[in-house]
Design a protein around this ligand. Sequence first.
Ligand SMILES: *[C@@H]1O[C@H](CO)[C@@H](O)[C@H](O)[C@H]1NC(C)=O
Ligand SMILES: *[C@@H]1O[C@H](CO)[C@@H](O)[C@H](O)[C@H]1NC(C)=O
Ligand SMILES: [Cu+2]
Length: 324
Amino acid sequence: MQGLTTLLILLATSATTVSAHGFVHKVWIGSKTFLGNTPNAEPTGSIVRQINSVDPVKGALNPFVNCGNDAQLAEDIADANPGDHMAFLWTGGDLSRWPHNTGPMLTYMASCGATDCTTFNSSNAKWFKIAQDGRDSQGNWLQNRIFLQDNIAANVTLPSNIAPGAYIIRHEIIALHLATSLGGAEFYPSCSQIRVGGTGTGKPTSDELVSLPGAYSDKDPGILVPNVFDTPAPPYTFPGPPIAAFVSGSGSTPSSHASAPGSSPTSSPSSSGSSSTKGKSCKLKRASTTAPASKRAVEVKRPRHISRVMRDLHVAVGTLSGRH
Ligand SMILES: *[C@@H]1O[C@H](CO)[C@@H](O)[C@H](O)[C@H]1NC(C)=O
Ligand SMILES: *[C@@H]1O[C@H](CO)[C@@H](O)[C@H](O)[C@H]1NC(C)=O
Ligand SMILES: [Cu+2]
């Protein structure tokens, strides 16, 4: 019994470190870099709407599913062009590496109407989806890449024919390590303000627009996922609407990244080409370089095990302290 207590305390101690949650620390748009404000820090000018806690948003109907915990208007808006490569660097609150590795990453946009977004309250915005990344063809979550290595960001390509205007771009990680139970999924949304130029004509249709909260339910198959740790990886059904049709018609190559082997059509498509086109359009300079293919093959074996450890740590902490 004493041994068990010691083990639980050890687990709880290490879990405090790994479950630091996080926020978007950096955004790249084309060749420009923007910093996000650390939650609760004195804000400086940014395009990223500041949140007040690194903790996950829990519950699909939580108002903070909109843009993150108590998200505030941001002062700045970034210029962007259709087809630009964007990247979102998620870190822990102390700028350590992102602590989660299980679950999808999704990207939505909403028009700020005639405003420049700096005064636009997004709680009633109408959102459309432009990208979603699930698992790669080996069944490994793309989210796991940002967990495994420093300075790996999530990549998104702006639709190449999107109509000009001011938009909120909402990048979201859903962490599923506790999603085997109802209400366990952790939502991490982050909103940035961009002004898209060009002469595109691409717009979502009205039936592709959703509210957030509103687009998700706690019982959605991509949010309550009892089989999330099964091997081989079962098909994954993304929550929310499909990617807006004008996006897949934009000329980017749809990739098969999101679907596990043998997955059903509902589990695809993936990231509207964000994975397949990023190599060409990506201008990022990174401290850490992509691992060679041989090394990557080794890495892809690790995550399952880590997922389980992470889940167990989280469960242990949840049991002990009611966190999460
Ligand atoms: C937006 O409106 C909602 C509901 O009225 C309010 O709770 C929230 O604080 C507002 N957000 C901003 C960023 O002003
Ligand atoms: C984003 O793109 C960079 C550069 O190609 C790559 O190293 C990185 O792994 C990508 N991120 C994800 C999450 O796939
Ligand atoms: Cu967590």
